[in-house]
Design a protein around this ligand. Structure first.
Ligand code: NAD
Ligand code: MG
Length: 384
């Protein structure tokens, strides 16, 4: 039997993580070498036992201590450094990063820095550190394969085309639970209503991002970094059935679409099996029963998060990072009942404006001249 691919799953207790373990359980090709979670140590130890894994990491030190008392068949690493050690000492051929939020950037950098291929569900890594992450992958030769239904679709569609043939990318958005509502109808929505996603079952943060449409904004940045496509060639369209995941447009005007059931195991399996299609227990689409595929424009007035993300993306620099940080804090506050739904974009916009104002006050003519002088000195030194 050919040697199996050594796989490390980060964030294995989450929505993507547990579905990835289901894919692994069915695959002859994959060998799990490590698992991680933030603090849910009981679930992680159970996974380690079920999958006979020798090493696990828990970011929460207290949880790590509890796990090492309860589980003596392997090694438990603790803290954010433990998570990085799990990556760099794993000897893995592939790391699945299924952490949520900007906490995923460290493990992404550790993986690519080691030259290990990365199956990337943690889109926030690319939002906050896109240039750094893609430059690192290029420098070490590690591959980044997306785990996100729209980006998996685009990856597969683009792979079938000669270089330069693709003119535009389109990613679809379900529209979330509040599709079709006007802004005034979103004032009093509850956490429970926002968590009731019509087509996908996912972790809490991304489900709220889907209700505000921030998720699509993050995904546009994800696509930009993954495929090197300029922002003015990436489109978003609402498609409530969530069956067409992505489309590419070719020079002659033809569009190719990727369709499939709304089951993340398809995207996960694609990334874990190097882009190969393997057997999954997913019922194929019955198009006659589906009946209708519909598409709508986005309502940016009701869902300003997508506009804010677009502005931050075009501005570049630290703006996407600030946007993402403000969004993480605001979504967390909304989930805890400390913020109203429409206050999420308000917090983000205010944070972006404040930081820009502070920066423009700090960025005086003196500072600019001093910095320019410094650059000139370095360049003169290099050229002599
Ligand atoms: P989740 O909340 O269900 O799971 C997150 C996992 O990461 C858990 O194992 C948790 O223990 C761990 N974790 C959380 N915070 C951490 C921290 N600070 N440090 C270390 N570990 C931490 O999230 P999810 O829905 O599985 O999403 C994971 C990522 O995949 C997100 O970036 C999300 O946008 C992306 N994604 C998810 C889906 C989906 O269907 N769930 C689809 C597309 C993309
Ligand atoms: Mg997606």
């Amino acid at each position: 039997m050919p040697s199996r691919k050594r796989l490390l799953v980060l964030g294995s207790t989450g929505s993507i993580g547990t579905q990835a373990l289901d894919v692994c359980r069915r695959s002859e090709e994959l060998e799990l070498v490590g698992l991680s979670a933030e603090r849910s140590w009981e679930a992680l130890v159970e996974q380690a036992r079920a999958h006979r894994v020798g090493r696990i990491a828990l970011v929460d030190e207290h949880a790590a201590a509890r796990a090492s008392e309860a589980w003596t068949d392997g090694e438990v690493l603790g803290g954010p450094e433990g998570l990085v050690r799990l990556v760099v000492e794993s000897g893995a051929d592939l790391v699945l990063n299924a952490l949520v939020g900007s906490a995923g950037l460290g493990p992404t950098v550790a993986t690519l820095g080691e030259g290990i291929d990365l199956a990337l569900a943690n889109k926030e890594s690319l939002v906050v550190g896109g240039e750094l992450v893609t430059a690192l992958a290029e420098a070490t030769g590690a591959q980044i394969v997306p785990v996100d239904s729209e980006h998996t679709a685009l990856h597969q569609l683009i792979a079938g085309q000669p270089p330069g043939a693709v003119e535009r990318l389109t990613i679809t958005a379900s529209g979330g639970p509040f599709r079709g509502r006007a802004r005034s109808e979103l004032e009093d929505v509850t956490v429970k209503e926002a968590l009731a996603h019509p087509t996908w079952a996912m972790g809490g943060k991304i489900t709220i991002d889907s209700a505000t449409l921030m998720n699509k904004g993050l995904e546009v940045m994800e696509a930009h970094h993954l495929f090197g496509t300029p922002y003015d060639r990436i489109d978003v369209v609402v498609h409530p059935q969530s069956l067409v995941h992505g489309l590419i447009q070719l020079a002659d005007g033809a569009m190719l679409a990727h369709l499939g059931p709304a089951d993340m195991r398809i995207a996960i399996s694609y990334a874990l099996h190097g882009g190969e299609s393997v057997d999954l227990p997913v019922a194929p689409l019955n198009l006659a029963a589906v009946g209708e595929l519909s598409f709508e424009a986005i309502d940016l007035d009701a869902f300003p998060c997508l506009r804010l993300a677009g502005e931050a993306a075009r501005e570049g620099g630290t703006a996407p990072c600030v946007l993402n940080a403000a969004n993480e804090i605001a979504v967390h506050a909304f989930l805890e009942g400390r913020l109203r739904f429409l206050e999420i974009p308000e917090v983000i916009e205010h944070t972006l404006d404040e930081l820009e104002r502070e920066f423009s006050q700090w960025w005086t003519a003196d500072r600019r001249d001093a910095l320019r002088g410094g650059f000139d000195a370095v360049i003169t030194q290099r050229s002599t």
